[in-house]
Ligand binder design. Structure first.
Ligand code: NAD
Length: 514
C-alpha cells in the first residue's frame, strides 16, 4: 500500500537584508542528495584530472576573464544577499580574479613536482609529484561568499580535484553563481556540485565520502567539523574566526594609524575575519589617537545606498551579538565615544562605534564581535601591548604601527598569528602569493600561495632504481642482521674525523665483497 504520508522536504528561504525581500527558496539537501553530488563530482574529476596542466591553467584563465566581464552582475548578487556596499562587493570579484591569475601562473610548475635527493642511495632516483585528492568538500561562510568560495574552489580545481560546494544558507545565490559560471566556462557536468542547505547539509557533506574538507567559518563550527571528520579520518583545512589586534607604538604616525584603524574596523561593517577588533595604544599617544579615530569615524557614512562607505550587517543575529558585546562592556565600565546604537529602518544597520576604557574582562575584547566597533585600550608600553595582543584564544592577523619598521618587525615577531602587518591591516588577503590562515583557534592549513595549493594536492613520493646491482646493501645478507654494514655506513656518513670515515668506507667495501 502506498504511504499516505506526504514527505515534504525542508526548504530554506534567503532574504535580502536591506529589504527583507525573498531572494531564493532552496531545499535543505540531506544525506542522499549530497552523496549523489559527490558521486557525480567523482566521475567528472577523472576527466578533469586527465586534462594536462597547461590545459587546466588555460581553463582557469578563461574563468578569470569571465568573472571580470561579469563583475558588476556578480557584485549585485553579493550585495543583494549580504547588504554590502558596491565597492566592497566588487572587491570580492577582484580578489577572486587575482587569485585565478596567480593559480594560472603558479600551479602548473608547482604541480609538476620536484626531484628529491637520495642521501646514501646514489643508485636510486627519488621525486615528489602532487596528485589531486579527488573530491573536495568546500564549506563557506556568508561574509565573503564569492571571494572565499571562488578561491577555495579555484585552487581545488587547479590541483585537479572536483568539488562539492556548500555555501552559507545566507548566500545561496552567490554560491550558485560560483558553480554555474564554472560550469559555463569549463563545461564538465558535476565538476562543481552545489549542496544547498544549512549546517545539516554541511554535516551530510562531511559524511558523504569526500577526500578532504576545506572549511571557512566560525571556530565553533570548525570544532564540530573536525570532530565529524575524525570518524573517517578525512583531512581538514580550517579557516576560522579572528579577534585581530593592532598595536600603536609611541612613535607611530598617529593620524595615519587612526585612519587605518577606522578603515580596518568598519570595512565590511566589521564582518571580516581579520577586522581590527582591538586597538592597544601606548599611553603617550593615546589621547591623540582616540581623538583622531573619533574624528575619522564620524566621516564613515553607513546607509543602504550602494555608494555608502559601510553597508548593513547580514542578519538580526549579528545585530544582537554586537549589541550584547557593547552592553556587557558598558556594564563593566567602558565608555562609548561615538555611535553605539542600531539605525532604525529596514536592514540591520549599526552606527560606527568607538569605545574606550575597555579591558579583557569584557566579551568585546575576548570574543569575535563581527560588527562596526573599534575598542581602544590604553597600555603603558609596547611590552604590555604584546602581552595583551597575545592574550587571546584567536591568532589570525595582527598589525604593528610605528615609524621604526625594524622595531615594528621585532614586535610583530612576538605575536602569535598567521599574518603580521606593519602599518596596514586586512590587505594581506588581496595578495594571492601570500598564504592566509590562522594560529591557535583561528584554525590551521592555508589558502592562497603555494602553501594553499599544497592543501589541495596530495604529495606522492617515488623511488626508482637507476642501477640494478646484483646485491643491495640494504637487503638481507646471508646469516645476519646487517649490523656491521649499517654501522659502517653510519660512520661513513656521520662519523667524527677523516680517519673514522676512511675506516668505515673500507669496512663497507669489505662487507659488500663478502
Ligand atoms: P558558520 O560557522 O556559522 O557557518 C559557516 C558554514 O558552515 C556555513 O555554510 C554553514 O551552513 C556551515 N555549517 C554550520 N554548521 C555546520 C556543521 N555542523 N557541519 C558542517 N557545516 C556546517 O560561520 P558564518 O557565520 O557563516 O561565518 C562567519 C564566521 O566565519 C566568523 O567567525 C568569521 O571570522 C569566519 N571567517 C573566517 C575566515 C578565515 O579565512 N579565517 C574568513 C571568513 C569568515
Amino acid at each position: 500500500m502506498e504511504s499516505q504520508v506526504e514527505r515534504r522536504r525542508e526548504r530554506l528561504v534567503c532574504r535580502n537584508p536591506l529589504t527583507g525581500a525573498e531572494l531564493a527558496d532552496v531545499p535543505v539537501m540531506g544525506r542522499d542528495e549530497v552523496r549523489a553530488l559527490v558521486a557525480a563530482a567523482r566521475e567528472a574529476q577523472t576527466a578533469w584530472a586527465g586534462r594536462s596542466l597547461p590545459e587546466r591553467a588555460r581553463a582557469l584563465d578563461r574563468l578569470r576573464r569571465s568573472l571580470a566581464a561579469r563583475a558588476v552582475e556578480i557584485a549585485e548578487v553579493i550585495r543583494s544577499e549580504t547588504g554590502k556596499v558596491h565597492g566592497e562587493a566588487l572587491s570580492e570579484v577582484a580578489v577572486a580574479c587575482d587569485n585565478l591569475a596567480y593559480l594560472k601562473r603558479a600551479a602548473p610548475s608547482f604541480l609538476l613536482g620536484r626531484r628529491a635527493s637520495t642521501a646514501w642511495l646514489l643508485h636510486r632516483r627519488a621525486r615528489v609529484t602532487y596528485e589531486p585528492y579527488g573530491v573536495i568538500g568546500v564549506i563557506t561562510p556568508w561574509n565573503y561568499p564569492f571571494a572565499i568560495s571562488m578561491s577555495a574552489v579555484g585552487t581545488a580545481l587547479a590541483a585537479g580535484n572536483a568539488v562539492v560546494l556548500k555555501p552559507s544558507e545566507y548566500t545561496h545565490l552567490t554560491g550558485e553563481l560560483v558553480a554555474s559560471i564554472i560550469k559555463e566556462v569549463i563545461g564538465l557536468e558535476g565538476l562543481v556540485g552545489l549542496a544547498t542547505g544549512d549546517g545539516r547539509t554541511g554535516a551530510a557533506l562531511i559524511e558523504a565520502g569526500v577526500d578532504k574538507i576545506a572549511f571557512t567559518g566560525s571556530t565553533a563550527t570548525g570544532r564540530k567539523i573536525m570532530a565529524a571528520a575524525a570518524e573517517s579520518l578525512t583531512p581538514v583545512v580550517l579557516e576560522l574566526g579572528g579577534k585581530d589586534a593592532m598595536i600603536v607604538c609611541a612613535d607611530a604616525d598617529v593620524e595615519r594609524a587612526a585612519r587605518g584603524a577606522v578603515w580596518a574596523a568598519f570595512y565590511g561593517c566589521g564582518q571580516v575575519c581579520m577586522s581590527v577588533e582591538r586597538a592597544y595604544v601606548v599611553e603617550s599617544v593615546y589621547d591623540d589617537f582616540v581623538a583622531a579615530a573619533v574624528a575619522e569615524a564620524r566621516r564613515v557614512r553607513t546607509s543602504d545606498e550602494p555608494e555608502a562607505m559601510v553597508g548593513s550587517l547580514v542578519a538580526a543575529f549579528q545585530l544582537d551579538k554586537v549589541k550584547a558585546h557593547l552592553q556587557d562592556a558598558q556594564s563593566k565600565g567602558a565608555r562609548v565615544l561615538l555611535g553605539g546604537r542600531g539605525i532604525a529602518g529596514a536592514g540591520y544597520f549599526f552606527e560606527p562605534t568607538v569605545i574606550v576604557d575597555v579591558d579583557h574582562s569584557m566579551d568585546l575584547m575576548r570574543e569575535e564581535t563581527f560588527g562596526p566597533v573599534l575598542p581602544i585600550m590604553r597600555v603603558a608600553d609596547e611590552e604590555e601591548a604584546v602581552r595583551l595582543a597575545n592574550d587571546s584564544t584567536f591568532g589570525l592577523d595582527a598589525s604593528v604601527w610605528s615609524r621604526d619598521r625594524a622595531k615594528a618587525r621585532r614586535i610583530a615577531d612576538r605575536l602569535e598569528v598567521g599574518t603580521a602587518l606593519i602599518n596596514d591591516h586586512l590587505i594581506n588577503y588581496a595578495i594571492p602569493d601570500l598564504p592566509f590562515g590562522g594560529a591557535r583557534c583561528s584554525g590551521f592549513g592555508r589558502v592562497h600561495g603555494l602553501e594553499g595549493l599544497r592543501e589541495f594536492a596530495r604529495p606522492k613520493s617515488w623511488v626508482e632504481d637507476r642501477l640494478a646491482p646484483r646485491r643491495e646493501m640494504h637487503w638481507f645478507e646471508e646469516g645476519g642482521s646487517g649490523e656491521e654494514r649499517v654501522r659502517a655506513l653510519l660512520n661513513l656518513r656521520h662519523g667524527d674525523g677523516l680517519s673514522t670515515r676512511v675506516r668505515a668506507a673500507w669496512r663497507l667495501l669489505l662487507s659488500l665483497r663478502r
